[in-house]
Design a protein around this ligand. Sequence first.
Ligand SMILES: Cc1cc2nc3c(=O)[nH]c(=O)nc-3n(C[C@H](O)[C@H](O)[C@H](O)COP(=O)(O)O)c2cc1C
Length: 207
Amino acid sequence: MTVEATDVPVTRAPLDEKGRSILFYEARTANSFADTPVTDAELSQIWDLAKWPPTAANTQPLRVLYVRTPEGKERLVKHMADGNKAKTASAPAVAVLSIDPDYHEHIPTLFPMRPQMKDVFAANPEMRDASGRFSGALQAGYFILAVRAAGLVAGPMAGYDAAGIEGEFFPEGDRKVQLVVNIGHPGENPWFDRLPRLDDEVALDWA
Ligand SMILES: Cc1cc2nc3c(=O)[nH]c(=O)nc-3n(C[C@H](O)[C@H](O)[C@H](O)COP(=O)(O)O)c2cc1C
């Protein structure tokens, strides 16, 4: 889809309190999930939201593998850290977020005003990897917020055997796993106690 710059409204309104609560104030990390299924349409909707926020040179290096069949879950759970196995097993859907190491191949399509940037990225593997990981991490954050915006709860996890997941699902070496996110509806005792957030005095500086 192409949107002409002249079609984009220049005025913006703040998100209302309900929207802010859904995305931020009352949103929590889920540690158990109900049996309620998550449909493929809902999972598609999550990506329909998550794909819009910005990435460096619009490169969009993140890829998503949705695991939701019992067979797929079994293949994934065995590579999760012990403390994450039960929650991953209880989630009706799990997203394996990864980076496509060859994401720069899409630059001529995604950044058509400077297609030659593909060659710059191709010639600089270290820069390409660092930029891919940075934009991919941003996209992982956008993805978590998109899960919340779709009316579902997310459980992001970095505790897993990355090489194990890559060997299991991406034996061609065409993905670098970045984050695994349980998705569903909250189950029994789904939340840990809310942990503190940094005070403004610590987190903010003003100039
Ligand atoms: C990058 C990342 C890695 C995480 N890894 C794990 C994990 O391996 N296991 C787990 O139970 N929770 C994991 N979490 C969940 C965090 O501990 C949780 O989101 C945080 O404490 C905030 O909880 P809250 O959203 O309920 O306030 C991870 C979260 C993030 C963003």
